[in-house]
Ligand binder design. Structure first.
Ligand code: RB5
Length: 143
């Protein structure tokens, strides 16, 4: 699986940990930035990741900002993107099982790195349930 990851300054340290974790597991990871703790706009990096999930260049993405709120708001403006803000395991699991989330969003100022890595691993391993949930996804887009 090819995965794209991005953050703002508030999510930068966690992004580096998540990137190394994914690479250690043999995944191809594209880093969309940011590249330091210098202040940047989360919108720029949210767009970089979400646009490449929206156009199917990448199957999955991970976004991290301070709270996860801004990144999820930006990402969900892109057609076909189902970005899930999940700072707990139940949300991460259910976002896959019921919502087929294709971007995981986390708050770098809200959770620790250990939980973040658990969330990423669980989110990647949990399949979509399909069935009635597929029909509901089909109703998400507003033409
Ligand atoms: C940056 O200070 C902060 O606003 C950003 O990381 C994020 O939490 C926005 O939603």
């Amino acid at each position: 699986m090819k995965i794209i990851i991005g953050s703002d300054h508030a999510g930068f340290p966690m992004k580096e940990k998540v990137k190394a974790f994914l690479q250690d597991r043999g995944l191809v990871v594209e880093d969309a930035g940011t590249i330091s703790k210098e202040s940047v706009d989360y919108t720029d990096f949210g767009k970089k990741v979400a646009s490449k999930v929206s156009d199917n260049t990448f199957e999955r993405g991970v976004l991290i900002c301070g709270t996860g709120l801004g990144m999820s708001m930006v990402a969900n403006r892109f057609k076909g993107v189902r970005a899930a803000l999940a700072n707990d395991l139940f949300s991460a699991i259910m976002s896959r099982r019921h919502n087929d989330s294709n971007i995981l969003v986390m708050g770098g100022r809200l959770i620790g790195d250990t939980l973040a890595l658990q969330l990423v691993e669980t989110w990647l391993e949990t399949p979509f349930d399909g069935g009635r949930h597929q029909e509901r996804l089909a109703k998400m887009d507003i033409e």
